[in-house]
Design a protein around this ligand. Structure first.
Ligand code: NI
Length: 177
């Protein structure tokens, strides 16, 4: 079922989400289906459960490579629950991000370039991946939602925050997440 995505200003986006205790349940499956439906409807790159008003540490993400925005590399479709992120280097890079909860806008956001993330899939199986670049950025963006952090809160230079069509007139941009 397609759910409403909360927008910045809603205090539910600012709360810390709770750890998932039970896996493989009908409730978790229904939540993930709603998240997939909602993300697909909005052509998103990712979605965190708090964005649809569910305060649990669940995120999904995935991006197909698209020649119209080559800066966004392919990211596999992933369900990540109770994630833990660990940077693998001190290197931080800035790049543009958008968010389904801040629709129509972009900002330049610093993120770890390389990191390892670990967590659980919907059946409770543990997994981990070491990633960099755009994949690492998407994971950091999604996991920030679980701690009540929206990307505008991380922008260092607010002159690098604005509306898509004003910042990038006529350009096709990668999906929001
Ligand atoms: Ni977002």
């Amino acid at each position: 079922m397609i759910r409403e995505v909360l927008r910045m200003g809603d205090e539910r986006l600012l709360q810390r989400a709770a750890v998932v205790e039970s896996f493989g349940t009908p409730e978790l499956a229904a939540l993930l289906q709603d998240m997939r439906d909602t993300m697909a409807q909005l052509n998103g790159a990712g979605l965190a459960a708090p964005q649809i008003g569910v305060g649990l540490r669940v995120v999904i993400f995935g991006v197909k490579a698209n020649p119209r925005y080559p800066e966004a590399e392919e990211v596999p479709d992933t369900v990540l629950i109770n994630p833990v992120l660990q940077p693998l280097a001190d290197e931080v890079e800035e790049d543009w991000e958008g968010c389904l909860s801040v629709p129509g806008m972009r900002g330049l956001v610093p993120r770890w370039h390389r990191l390892r993330y670990s967590g659980f899939d919907e059946q409770g199986r543990a997994f981990e991946r070491s990633v960099s670049g755009f994949h690492a950025r998407v994971v950091q963006h999604e996991c920030d939602h679980l701690d009540g952090i929206l990307y505008p809160m991380r922008i260092r230079d607010l002159s690098k925050f604005g509306f898509n069509d004003a910042l990038f007139p006529g350009r096709e941009l990668p999906p929001e997440d």
